[in-house]
Design a protein around this ligand. Structure first.
Ligand code: ADP
Ligand code: MG
Length: 199
């Protein structure tokens, strides 16, 4: 079973890897965006860890809804509301149970990813974070390690795609040949699940 502590470790591991990879995320966002993805998420996840340290919510669901609210209020840019919605919707699906199973988390994350697709209007193949998140939640039943591998492959598979959503879509065919920054950060978020689990 996964308790609130697991979810705090997940958010802390995400913040740490976003910190480590911030320059790379920003570099990916420079040819097909406005070179702010790394700094956007760095600011957002620093705020998430700060609020979680201060408020220490006792339930998995409230860890994620609080984290999501924080991302929405601190991340300028498209990715803030999208990641915020992912975590808030996932948290809401977990309810106020003190512990949840891996299966419940997988189901809640699928609801979260669906909410992101509704909000942003992106489908798989549009060269967005959805291209890492959808394969990840599909692989979650096989464990966090399988989800991490699927998200990484999904992010790399955005390279040959033409962007149909977000800033990169303004470039049309010139968006082809670059890995999507949001799919790359989504792979970090999913990899952090395995880290929080000690895998
Ligand atoms: P901005 O584009 O406002 O500068 P960021 O640089 O922080 O925001 O995030 C860009 C990332 O957000 C993209 O790489 C893409 O993965 C994701 N993104 C943008 N628009 C959408 C959308 N409509 N649906 C899903 N993801 C999106
Ligand atoms: Mg950007």
């Amino acid at each position: 079973m996964l308790d609130a502590d697991f979810f705090r470790r997940w958010m802390a591991a995400t913040a740490a890897s976003v910190d480590r990879e911030a320059d790379r995320l920003t570099a990916l966002d420079s040819p097909i965006g406005d070179a702010d993805h790394g700094s956007n998420l760095q600011r957002g996840f620093a705020a998430v860890t700060a609020v979680l340290d201060k408020e220490a919510p006792a339930a998995p669901g409230s860890v994620l809804t609080l984290a999501g609210r924080q991302l929405i209020s601190t991340v300028g840019g498209a990715s803030g509301p999208l990641y915020g919605t992912l975590l808030r919707r996932t948290g809401k699906a977990l309810g106020d149970a003190a512990e949840v199973s891996a299966e419940q988390l997988a189901e809640a994350l699928r609801a979260g990813v669906e909410a992101v697709m509704r909000l942003g209007g992106a489908a798989p193949g549009d060269k967005t974070m959805i291209d890492a998140l959808v394969p990840a939640v599909e692989a979650l039943d096989e464990g966090f390690g399988a989800a991490r591998a699927a998200a990484g492959r999904g992010a790399e598979a955005t390279i040959p795609l033409q962007a149909r959503k977000g800033r990169a879509s303004y470039l049309g065919e010139r968006s082809i040949g670059h890995q999507d920054p949001g799919a790359t950060s989504s792979a970090l978020l999913i990899a952090a699940l395995a880290e929080a689990d000690g895998a």
